[in-house]
Design a protein around this ligand. Structure first.
Ligand SMILES: Nc1nc2c(c(=O)[nH]1)N[C@H]1C(S)=C(S)[C@@H](COP(=O)(O)OP(=O)(O)OC[C@H]3O[C@@H](n4cnc5c(=O)[nH]c(N)nc54)[C@H](O)[C@@H]3O)O[C@H]1N2
Ligand SMILES: Nc1nc2c(c(=O)[nH]1)N[C@H]1C(S)=C(S)[C@@H](COP(=O)(O)OP(=O)(O)OC[C@H]3O[C@@H](n4cnc5c(=O)[nH]c(N)nc54)[C@H](O)[C@@H]3O)O[C@H]1N2
Ligand SMILES: [Mo]
Length: 825
């Protein structure tokens, strides 16, 4: 896309946000989208993505214009990146096989893995290799040697859900290792059921209108709502951002006070113009304990709520007062650890116990060592405040995600393409013997398994025996973005025998694979999905914009042919084609909603492009429990909020005790362990202009934020000055685990000792060697790969410290983009 075109798109977005575009006219102009209809017609089509639902114009077979969907009043800039991703130089064009693997198969040396040398093969050759390898793994080893369990942010669309297609097809062939939990909320999902009786993070939360009307104070804790609400699990329409705009008005009118507790001034804090209380990274628990200490000493907590709705406050109180370990968790104790002054801590304890207080927790503080603790501790604070179950009070663990807090319409979305094969169809390799290994592993521990097969680890009160993984199949996720410590991953991948990836973008995961299948993007196939995510606002037709580029195919077509080649076509497809599936899923949705919503038939729906369920009714989380905890108990063992958990105490873990507690980290900035050598905390927060690694391939869009072609590292002015670094300099970010090149952006929005590189920057080593410098700037080059604790064993990416210096010497070229080095054989 040319710069001119980009400006045009930006102009189009700006115009449409102010409501100037005649959307109904656009809708009318849409051609009949019946499958029989010529797919070569020019015209407007409606579709959607994680970044937003939108309409696109197709001319002469290419996308020439993208405008937000009329139900999206707060469209995001990321729509400007979509065309550049469809037409990216990094698109996977053909099936590709690693040069050494093509010659020697699983006996190929693996030291060259990552050198990016690939041979173009035919689809037939690629299938033959894949099936040969799967047969070999199931025959020579067993289901324990195959890992196809990883999931991630595959495109929106319930039918083409790419991980479902891959897992269903592989399951028709043989069994494999699966995972439990996710990188997003792995620690929360395990700890919160013990404390609040449910995972909380993916539950609908108290409706924004009630928060706006009732809260006196909103505490935004480790949470950047404005940034993270840009992306949703379904086709977003960004209602959450609309509520933030209303919140800004209430702040201006002095009706609500809002503070942010964060090591940086977040995009949200900047937008709302609110106070940020800087906290040192990884030290929220000492700050929270000191607030609790202050409330206890001054008897400023809701003793009645504690008595009626919670269990175990006595044990916790003894710890806070220092009766169990000799250390009172006073503000004076906390200040040198968390960096928040005694007076500020006292002020926080004061304002959090005056008036109606809503706490809104973000997720990234549970993505650190002992990430269970701040989550548990926040629930304890909310219990002491005593407003759980009241409108505008209590605690939420999800208002920054997928429009949580927008009242749900009550409509039901379409089901997805079924993940599992029909129950009466056994796999071809019908072997259920896992050789004593666990068949399910905690999601972030798969590299541990490759390094130490057979090792027994603790997990959530049970034992997991790590399997001996030899082969991995990947689709709809990008492990060479999402996992920590790239050099450790590199050495693990050298031990594998075969890695297969299905994607549309030639990212680092392709570069560390043996066989790569080219999927098309979601814009090259028909689908349907919810729009509005948790608002469940309606059902959206996702109409194909263009035909699959190069030799790419939809995931459905890729795995359909695979199934055919292993003799399982009928079992895979259930006799339906793409459009009969869409029709079937839509009809299922229509009958679920019968009586409540009068949905039209499929053909009419497809022509109209969407069906709107309308707005929902405001609702308060945990109101029933508050009303009567005996009739509506929580799902905890006692039915109450467990400040002390006997169950967890009985596990006897050193790194997760019976009540929330402060434990020093493996490494930590601001005077913590290792900070003498690596004084800067490196955050790897979610990107403002990407969804993880997605859209990084969109060249012009990337250039709107990159620095001299590298990913930005945001750092504090003082830190930069001390190191002689100027804004726009290329720098070396490093620790003992690895090094990367990034472009410095100097800002006053970060506290001294805190820097950030947004996750999802494409990993791009100079060569295949372990330790090779990353030329584009993936923060996971340097992050730590340990479990949060023996309880959740989740991702600890935010336990990471580094040093930063000006880059010296020759400057290697960026190797991330533009696909593989194609080798002729
Ligand atoms: N350091 C650090 N690491 C992190 C995090 C962090 O905060 N810090 N966050 C973690 C979190 S919360 C998450 S959720 C993970 C995200 O990790 P992932 O979900 O793995 O990240 P994505 O980049 O979204 O990967 C999706 C991949 O699927 C591909 N894809 C999209 N649509 C399709 C399709 O239709 N078909 C096929 N075949 N492929 C498709 C995309 O091209 C992309 O390569 O990262 C985790 N990693
Ligand atoms: N634009 C965009 N939106 C997204 C995504 C995306 O990739 N792009 N991904 C989606 C997904 S999969 C997820 S899981 C969510 C992620 O949602 P989160 O994990 O909540 O998001 P982050 O932006 O990583 O972090 C939020 C805030 O936590 C602060 N923080 C970091 N460390 C600490 C700490 O030690 N203490 C305190 N108090 N604050 C800290 C950061 O400074 C940041 O302001 O976002 C979703 N939304
Ligand atoms: Mo996530």
């Amino acid at each position: 896309m040319t710069l001119k075109r980009r400006r045009f798109l930006q102009g189009a977005l700006a115009a449409s946000t102010s409501g100037l575009l005649p959307f109904s006219a656009l809708a009318k102009e849409q051609k009949n989208q019946d499958p029989a209809d010529s797919l070569l017609d020019d015209g407007w089509r409606v579709t959607g993505s994680h970044f937003g639902a939108f309409r696109a114009y197709r001319k002469n077979g290419i996308v020439t214009d993208i405008r937000p969907f009329e139900m999206d009043q707060n469209p995001t800039d990321m729509l400007n990146g979509i065309a550049g991703s469809i037409y990216s130089p990094s698109r996977i064009r053909y099936p590709m096989v690693r040069e050494a693997f093509l010659k020697y198969g699983h006996k190929a040396e693996r030291k060259t893995l990552g050198d990016n040398r690939y041979v173009r093969v035919t689809w037939q050759q690629a299938y033959n290799l894949l099936i040969r390898e799967l047969n070999r793994i199931q025959t020579d080893y067993g289901p324990w040697a195959l890992y196809a369990g990883q999931t991630g942010w595959r495109a929106t669309g319930q039918f083409h859900s790419s991980t479902n297609h891959m897992q269903r097809a592989i399951a028709l062939h043989g069994n494999f290792i699966r995972k439990i939990g996710d990188y997003s909320t792995g620690a929360a999902q395990v700890i919160l059921p013990y404390v609040l009786g449910s995972t909380e993070v993916y539950s609908q939360g108290t409706s924004w209108p009630l928060i706006l009307d009732n809260s006196d104070l909103i505490v935004i804790w480790a949470n950047d709502l404005l940034k993270n609400l840009q992306v949703g699990w379904n086709c977003e329409t960004h209602s959450g951002i609309g509520y933030l705009k209303q919140l800004k008005e209430r702040i201006k009118d002095k009706k609500i006070r809002v503070i942010s507790i964060d090591p940086t001034v977040s995009k949200t804090a900047d937008f709302l113009g609110i106070e940020t209380v800087y906290v040192n990274p990884q030290t929220d628990v000492p700050l929270m304990l000191a607030i609790a200490h202050e409330m206890i000493i001054n008897k400023r907590y809701d003793a009645e709520f504690i008595r009626g709705y919670t269990l175990g406050f006595k044990e916790f109180k003894a710890y806070v007062k220092g009766e169990t370990d000799g250390t009172p968790k006073s503000p004076a104790w906390a200040e040198p650890i968390c960096g928040v002054s005694v007076s500020k801590i006292k002020e926080l304890a004061g304002i959090m116990t005056a008036g109606r207080v809503q706490i809104l927790m973000g997720w990234c503080i549970q993505r650190q060592q002992h990430g269970e603790q701040p989550y548990w501790m926040a629930a304890v604070l909310a219990s002491m405040i005593g407003q759980i179950g009241l409108p505008g009070g209590g605690i939420s663990y999800g208002h920054h995600y997928s429009s949580i807090g927008t009242p749900s319409s009550g409509g039901s979305g379409p089901n997805s393409f079924p993940l599992n094969p029909p129950e009466d169809v056994p796999p071809i390799f019908d072997n259920d013997d896992y050789n004593g290994y666990s068949r399910v592993i905690p999601v972030a521990r798969w590299i541990d398994a490759i390094h130490e097969p057979g090792k027994v680890i603790q997990y959530n009160g049970s034992e997991v025996t790590l399997p001996d993984i030899k082969m991995i199949v990947i689709s709809g996720n990008n492990p060479w973005h999402h996992h920590q410590d790239k050099n450790r991953m590199k050495s693990a991948f050298r031990k594998l025998e075969c890695v297969v990836t299905v994607d549309y973008a030639w990212n680092a995961t392709c570069r560390f694979s043996d066989i790569v299948f080219p999927a098309c993007t979601q814009f090259e196939r028909h689908d349907l999905d919810l729009y509005g995510s948790y608002a469940q606002r309606g059902v959206l037709a996702m109409q194909k914009l263009v035909e699959p580029l190069f030799e790419s195919r939809s995931d459905w077509n890729i795995w359909r042919e695979f199934s055919s080649r292993i003799g399982r076509h009928q079992e895979y497809t259930m006799g339906r084609d793409e459009f009969t599936w869409l029709n079937f899923l839509y009809d299922g949705c229509r009958s679920k909603n019968k009586g409540k919503f009068d949905m039209p038939d499929f053909k009419t729906f497809w022509q109209e492009g969407y069906y709107d369920f309308g707005a929902g009714i405001p609702w308060v989380r945990h109101a029933e429990f508050r009303d009567d905890p005996e009739i509506h108990p929580l799902g905890t063992p006692s039915g109450l909020i467990e400040i002390y958990s006997r169950k967890i105490a009985r596990y006897n873990y050193d790194n997760c005790k019976g009540h929330p507690s402060w434990m020093e980290k493996a490494e930590r900035s601001h005077g913590g362990p290792g900070s003498d050598r690596f004084p800067i905390a490196l955050q790897s927060c979610h990107p403002d202009k990407r969804l993880h690694s997605q859209l990084c391939d969109s060249t012009d869009f990337r250039e709107t934020y990159s620095v001299q072609g590298r990913e930005p590292v945001y750092m504090n002015k003082q830190d930069a000055k001390k190191r002689g670094i100027k804004d726009g300099d290329l720098v070396r970010v490093f620790n003992d685990r690895g090094e990367l090149i990034a472009g410095a952006v100097i800002t006053e929005r970060y506290a001294p000792g805190v820097a950030r590189i947004q996750e999802g920057a494409w990993y791009a080593p100079v060569n295949a060697e372990i330790g090779s410098v990353d030329t584009y700037g993936d923060p996971n080059t340097v992050t730590l790969d340990i479990g949060t604790s023996e309880l959740a064993q989740s991702c600890s990416a935010f336990t990471c410290i580094v040093e930063i210096e000006k880059w010296k010497g020759a400057m290697p070229k960026v190797t991330a983009f533009g696909g593989p080095k194609v080798v002729e054989v």
